[in-house]
Design a protein around this ligand. Structure first.
Ligand code: ADP
Length: 496
């Protein structure tokens, strides 16, 4: 077994910091890489050593394999952790890291290759008794062929890019006369985003839930799942709030989906951390969507309910250790909710709203974890993903985790940019979310930007009334009028 003594993290922001923290606890030295835009970034300050790898655009820095491997040689590390995004799911990178005599903290290049395309992944898992969304097994290029297929599947259908990610190259088609235009758009979007224009057609499941399973495998053939994450609160087909466990799964369905997830991982001889994404329809039928061959953004909710540090586990697996537990040893403890704090304007179609964090105060207290890469006064670079932080609240029950999230969002102070906090507060108060009866259509069905636009929003009024009634009932000396003053927005842009 090769012990890792020094690790290069080929990433930036909160995830680079999160990985380095676990590495440091394991006695492993850390190396950061950074672009010229990230010279002052927290991951650079945290690392034992740091290497500049080029200009701000990621295509000239975080995505350049040669520069990262050269930095690894220069600093004499023995392993590279890719984080998420950037090169994390690039099988050539995994291969090159190995060829350079270094350990890649992740799956094998071969597994990544199998799961790298959505179509390839579907073909692989279908042999392992994993249910698929009805659709084509091959890429479609001819519109007349697509029309025949779509008719067979039945409208609405979804056109998807096989190389897709981040919701790009995905188009819903509700009737035949839209097919040609949407297909052309999907192909051109996929070509420009991924350099691969292959698209395929899937049944569009109306009002599904996105439920994914965290899996872990070792290099000795053992695979387990660490339960599910519910990720149905999305905008633009991308997650904003995640929770574990899902409020809708019965123990029986959890067992069935968990077994399917383990089988899907086995279909690719998978080891290290991975995620099997499913959608669940209204009749509780589940279908495989894709596998993500890396640590997910939302992995902390799984850590909170299992008590495991997934990064430490990834490192141990990469060193060749066996999984330290069996499936039957794992249990769910309480409930965790993650809200993603993006520098985006929910009142303006969630468009990025980057700028300087004039005020930045994290919430604190029992059961609250904030993973971020910023401090007050720092600017959010224009070049990268505009996520400021992930806030994870953990408590005994879902209800308590929701109440904790409400309190923590209320305590979070960010000015200088618009953020998704107000939107997340809206979700936490919404009856559909609270009752557990919601789908990926939540934003479309319930969210209206107007609730966030007024100075005193509906959400804040709701918080005010909840707080006021709590205060009254606990007979404290505070007057409800004070409470109303205190609930003025702290997430709004302070342009002054
Ligand atoms: P990406 O890799 O681009 O993120 P995914 O395949 O993971 O794409 O899908 C992202 C989201 O799109 C899902 O979480 C779900 O909300 C929606 N989606 C994907 N496929 C379907 C489908 N067949 N029917 C309905 N919604 C879907």
């Amino acid at each position: 077994m090769a012990k890792i003594k020094k690790l290069l993290v080929a990433n930036r922001g909160e995830i680079a910091l999160r990985i380095m923290r676990s590495a440091q606890e394991m006695g492993i030295k850390t190396v950061a890489v950074f672009s010229e835009a990230d010279r002052q970034a927290l991951h650079v300050r945290f690392a034992d050593e740091a290497v500049c790898i080029g200009p701000p655009p990621s295509a000239q820095s975080y995505l350049v394999m040669d520069k990262i491997i050269a930095a690894a040689h220069e600093t004499q590390v023995d392993a590279i952790h890719p984080g998420y995004g950037f090169l994390s799911e690039n099988e050539d990178f995994a291969r090159r890291v190995k060829e350079a005599g270094l350990i890649f903290v992740g799956p094998s290049a071969e597994s990544m290759e199998i799961m790298g395309s959505k179509l390839g992944a579907k073909a692989a898992v279908s042999k392992f008794n994993v249910p698929l969304v009805p659709g084509t097994a091959e890429p479609v290029t001819d519109v007349s062929v697509a029309k025949i297929i779509a008719k067979e599947i039945g409208y609405p259908v979804l056109i998807k890019a096989s190389a897709g990610g981040g919701g790009k190259g995905m188009r819903i088609v509700t009737q035949e006369n839209e097919l040609q235009e949407q297909m052309e758009r999907a192909i051109s979007e996929a070509t420009s985003a991924f350099g691969d224009g292959s698209v395929f057609i899937e049944k569009y499941v109306s009002e599904p839930r996105h439920i994914e399973f965290q899996i872990f495998g070792d290099q000795h053939g053992n695979v387990v799942h660490l339960f599910e994450r519910e990720c149905s609160i999305q905008r633009r087909h991308q997650k904003v709030i995640e929770e574990a466990p899902s409020s809708i799964l019965t123990p029986e369905l959890r067992k069935k989906m968990g077994e399917a997830a383990v089988n899907a991982a086995k279909a690719a001889n998978y080891y290290n951390a991975g995620t099997i994404e499913f959608i669940l329809d209204e009749k509780m039928n589940f279908y495989f969507l894709e596998m993500n061959t890396r640590l997910q953004v939302e992995h902390p909710v799984t850590e909170q309910i299992t008590g495991l540090d997934l990064v430490k586990l990834q490192i141990k697996i990469a060193e060749g250790e066996k999984l330290p537990f069996r499936q039957e040893d794992l249990k769910i403890h309480g409930h965790a909710i993650e809200v993603r704090v993006y520098a985006e304007d929910p009142a303006n179609n969630f468009l990025p709203d980057i700028g300087t964090l004039k005020t930045y105060r994290r919430p604190q207290g029992h059961g609250i974890r904030v993973d971020d890469g910023f401090e007050q006064g720092m600017s959010i670079p224009f070049y990268y993903d505009p996520m400021i932080a992930k806030m994870i609240c953990h408590d005994e029950t879902r209800e308590r985790a929701i109440e904790k999230t409400i309190r923590a969002i209320h305590e979070y102070e960010i000015t200088g940019v618009e953020t998704t906090l107000g939107f997340c507060q809206f979700v936490m108060h919404h009856h559909a979310f609270r009752s557990g009866k919601f789908s990926t259509k939540f934003v479309e069905q319930y969210f209206k930007p107007e609730v966030l636009k007024s100075e005193m929003t509906d959400v804040e009024e709701m918080i005010a009334s909840v707080l006021a009634s709590e205060l009254i009932s606990s007979a404290t000396q505070n007057q409800p009028t004070d409470v109303v003053q205190k609930t003025e927005s702290k997430w709004k842009k302070n342009r002054a």
